[in-house]
Design a protein around this ligand. Structure first.
Ligand code: PMP
Length: 437
């Protein structure tokens, strides 16, 4: 097939380190939530290119915005000369972040560089050297370049090695015993307090950084009272509370930002993935003290005109087409349907999520909760064969993640659930050849 030929060429030409391949899929065209491969087969895309395609593929307003920007001086890089698309987007993003304090914006090209910017500037802005983040979190891959440099830029890499990882509260796998999402005793918070009294002294801790739904860690939704309690702890200790909204941000969870569900204020956030409408763009939005520190932190292509124009169009489309509201509604429909399937298939241990960031945790045994990672790989592959694209994630690779475009309809949800049902039934009956994996 054409897909096999492309994959053979890819294997010969492109390094393994830059790809995740769960099944032999090579896209050729896409429209809305449907993506077609090089052999002409169509699939319902419940990955949305790793949660990038917020507004569906080939949205006319985003294409138009990019074309218009391309007709301007789209190669005039913001690092040297300001351009109005980038300034417009900065103003929009600053206005979207809740909180009654002066805000500023920084632009990069990937989620990783936005989080790099945070980890570098937070210690400088606060005068505190340490950071706290969470086990299971994926925040990115850069920093090596600065450490390699023989330049001022490497002098700014402080805080590195001063990051303490604490457990993310997982209601399904809580080490402190049974826990419900809305009424948790928050034993894990004691562990964070202990960390602040020992290895990462509060007076030397700049920020606690987390995802309000830990996505790559397994789409874990923390107990309702966790983030508000974390905010109180930060207020008491003068520590900044910072959210990585690279995957959860811009409407996916039903609000602009996932942390807003907790009713708290963020001191700063990072954004990426959908921000450039598929073009490379990331941002940090936060207190102006953070982004006005006396140093340089810039990337040549950060905040270029065309991605910034696309970003403005993404925000407009999410607003004008009520996509946050649709994400909330479709997410509920999807989770209800999955819970219904859980009654039929004991392999489904947990269904959770916020809006259209949904996880289905697979287990071999509901009593022991033994993770079913191999089964997740089979299920994703079988869904692919039946016309639905899904991915799996989590510390044990046993959580099927569903992050469709925010434009999906109830019929799309129904179709996806029907395929998921059939795939689950095939896997349960052993109708799958592991040689394919
Ligand atoms: N933060 C989160 C929450 C992510 O999910 C990712 C990518 N999976 C990143 C940061 C890194 O983004 P990028 O791959 O664009 O560097």
């Amino acid at each position: 097939t054409a897909a096999e030929r492309a994959l053979d060429r890819e294997a010969a030409a492109i390094g393994r380190v830059m790809k995740i391949r769960l099944y032999p899929f090579v896209p050729a065209a896409a429209e809305g939530v449907t993506i077609t491969d090089v052999d002409g087969r169509s699939y319902l895309d419940f990955i949305a290119a790793a949660a990038v395609v917020q507004t569906g593929y080939r949205h006319p307003r985003i294409r138009q915005a990019i074309h218009d920007a391309m007709d301007g001086v789209w190669t005039a890089m913001h690092c040297c000369h300001p351009n109005t698309h980038t300034i417009d987007l900065a103003e929009r993003l600053a206005a979207m972040l809740p909180g009654d304090f002066p805000k500023k914006v920084w632009f990069g090209t990937t989620g990783s560089d936005a989080n790099d910017c945070l980890s570098r500037l937070l210690p400088r802005a606060t005068g505190r050297r340490r950071l706290i983040s969470f086990i299971g979190a994926y925040h990115g891959q850069t920093t090596g370049s600065a450490l390699l440099s023989g330049h001022q830029t490497q002098a700014d890499v402080i805080g590195l090695g001063n990051v303490t990882k604490v457990p993310y509260p997982d209601p399904y796998r809580c080490a402190h015993g049974p826990c419900s999402r809305d009424g948790c005793s928050l034993k894990c918070l004691e562990q964070i307090k202990y960390t602040l009294a020992s290895v990462s002294p509060a007076a030397d801790t700049a920020a606690i950084i987390l995802e309000a739904v830990q996505s790559d860690g397994g789409d874990i939704v923390p107990p309702e009272n966790f983030i508000p309690a974390l905010r109180r702890l930060c207020d008491e200790t003068g520590i900044w509370l910072v959210f990585d909204e690279v995957k959860t941000g811009l409407g996916r969870t039903g609000r602009w930002f996932a942390f807003e569900h907790a009713g708290v204020i963020a001191d700063a956030i990072s954004l990426g993935k959908p921000l450039g409408g598929g073009l490379p763009l990331s941002a940090v939005v936060g207190r102006h003290e953070l982004l006005d520190v006396d140093t340089y932190n810039l990337f040549t292509l950060g905040g270029s005109p065309a991605p910034a124009a696309a970003g403005l169009a993404v925000i407009d489309v999410v607003s004008d087409e009520n996509l946050k509201e649709n994400a909330a509604r479709m997410g509920e429909l999807l989770q209800d349907g999955l819970r219904h399937l859980a009654r039929k298939y004991p392999i489904i241990g947990d269904v959770r999520g916020r809006g259209l960031m949904v996880g289905v945790e697979l287990v071999r045994d509901r009593a022991t909760r033994e993770p079913a990672g191999r089964e997740a790989a089979r299920l994703a592959y079988r869904c692919f064969e039946l016309g639905l694209l899904v991915i799996y994630c989590g510390l044990y690779g046993n959580v099927i993640e569903l992050t469709p475009p925010l434009t999906i309809t109830a019929q799309d949800v129904e179709k996806a659930l029907a395929i998921f049902d059939e795939a689950l039934s095939d896997i349960a009956a052993g109708r799958f050849d592991d040689a394919k994996l």
